[in-house]
Design a protein around this ligand. Structure first.
Ligand code: PFF
Length: 457
């Protein structure tokens, strides 16, 4: 084994890969972002389109990314370079590297808040919270403190740096295996409490009964961004992760498992959030603070609620960590593979840059008035980064990846990679059709609509 192979590492097993990829996919995107974006975009109708996009766009793009990664054994930039040297495709990988830092910079802010909330609950700050308004006031004053926000951002970037420094299987796999199932159980318990609250019915129908009059093209655009974000697609994370999967594993079933669990957790967290939100008379379109406001008010109504509260925020922080390490892994793998940096140097530099870029986001939930209202009154710097990198960069990336898999590298090359060592490519013909015709056309149409109407945020 050469030293580079030792440096890159490999997943311990197929289950190890699925858990790690699910660890990347499942995170704040499911529990923080999904409910608030659904709340802002009409509830059930958004959920419906979201699920359709997971199946029709997310899954086919994930299969493409994983096969590019496993075939080339490289980071996103290197992968395109190996397949088509001297072509423009490497810039698609380059966009992914930049997007990784862009997303990580604001994601770590919210992840830091989950750690902050864990500490606050332990300190007893929520012992007297009963109403939604009280809970909202606590969140507002918490995020308005610049020192707290920046310190928590720093802490979270530091945690991510420490794990990524440890290398792939040792660092990532170990975390994912133990804690994700516990998170799942806690969410189920919370959902049960939430749907049995007085006045929960209105929330359930908002969340589950589609109102087609709320359907607009914007709903499609936001659902696309959310599906890609939640499945960690469009920036080469799954190319990077695919580069660590063994040739024996079936990429199609692995991808299906990841998409299934990711969607399950997102749907479940909506089931926690909306019934409680309506029961407390809060606004479903209230924005990025939603989980932080709603969850503490549910705990207040549960026996042993504060123990649940501490548990859920701790696990949320861990779920966020298994995602931030995948976000950091993309630029790190790029600098290690393409520029021959040591892993340590790459990790430290990317960590420092992420922290610096993250500062304006950390100050944009009330700490600094200019940053908090940079786009409009209720849309600050963090929201802007979230839209630019979390929706549009990923959508552009996914567009090019589907063109690449469908036409440039080609559907038969992808099939050959998937069918290694006797693996079956389930629904191969269907995938070929979708990746060539549905994915690129749908994404192109959505992006053109956004560009045409200027409805970016
Ligand atoms: N999928 C993660 C989540 O839902 O929290 C966020 C994410 C991770 C997005 C990795 C993109 C990515 F490449």
């Amino acid at each position: 084994m050469s030293s580079t192979e030792i440096d890159r590492g490999n997943w311990g097993s197929k289950l190890g890969f699925i858990l790690a990829a699910a660890g990347s996919a499942i995170g704040l995107g499911n529990i923080w972002r999904f409910p608030y974006v659904a709340g802002q975009n009409g509830g059930a109708i958004f959920v419906l389109i979201y699920v359709i996009f997971v199946v029709m766009i997310g899954l086919p793009v994930m299969i493409s990314e994983l096969s590019i990664g496993r075939r080339t054994q490289k980071n996103p930039v290197g992968a395109f370079k190996v397949l088509f040297p001297k072509s423009f495709w490497k810039y698609v990988g380059g966009l992914g590297v930049i997007t990784g830092i862009g997303i990580l910079s604001f994601y770590a802010v919210i992840a830091g808040y989950t750690v902050g909330y864990f500490i606050k609950i332990i300190l007893g700050d929520f012992n007297h919270v009963l109403t939604g308004d009280q809970s909202a006031a606590i969140f507002t004053s918490f995020t308005a403190n610049p020192y707290v926000s920046i310190s928590l951002l720093f802490l979270f970037v530091l945690l991510t740096v420490m794990v990524v420094m440890g290398g792939v299987s040792a660092g990532i796999e170990r975390w994912s295996k133990i804690l994700m199932p516990i998170l799942f159980v806690l969410l189920i318990l919370l959902a049960i409490r939430s749907v049995t609250l007085k006045g929960a019915g209105a929330g359930l129908s908002f969340y589950l009964k589609p109102d087609f009059s709320k359907l607009s093209l914007t709903t499609f655009a936001r659902a696309l961004g959310q599906a890609l974000f939640s499945l960690s697609l469009g920036m080469g994370t799954m190319i990077t992760y695919g580069s660590y999967i063994s040739k024996k594993d079936n990429l199609v079933t692995s991808a299906a498992y990841v998409a299934f669990f990711d969607t399950l957790i997102a749907i479940l967290s909506g089931l926690v959030m909306f019934p409680a939100l309506f029961a407390m008379g809060l606004d479903p379109a209230g924005g990025a603070g939603l989980v932080f406001v709603v969850l503490p008010s549910i705990f207040a109504k549960m026996p042993g609620g504060m123990i649940f509260g501490a548990g859920i925020f701790l696990l949320l922080a861990v779920a966020a960590l298994t995602s931030t390490i995948s976000l950091l892994e993309v630029p790190v793998a790029y600098f290690v593979d393409e520029h021959k940096w040591t892993r340590k140097k790459a990790v430290i530099w990317m960590g420092v840059i992420t922290f610096i870029i993250g500062i304006p986001s950390a100050l944009s939930l009330g700490a600094n008035s200019v940053l908090s209202t940079i786009i409009r009154k209720d849309f600050g710097f963090l929201d802007m980064m979230n839209a630019v990198f979390g929706n549009y960069s990923l959508s552009i990336g996914a567009f090019f990846i589907s063109i690449f898999a469908g036409y440039k590298w080609g559907v038969h090359a992808v099939a050959k990679e998937i069918e290694q060592e006797g693996s079956i490519f389930y629904y191969k013909k269907l995938w070929m059709f979708i990746i060539r015709f549905i994915c690129p056309i749908a994404i192109f149409f959505i992006l053109s609509y956004i560009a045409w109407t200027g409805n970016y945020f």
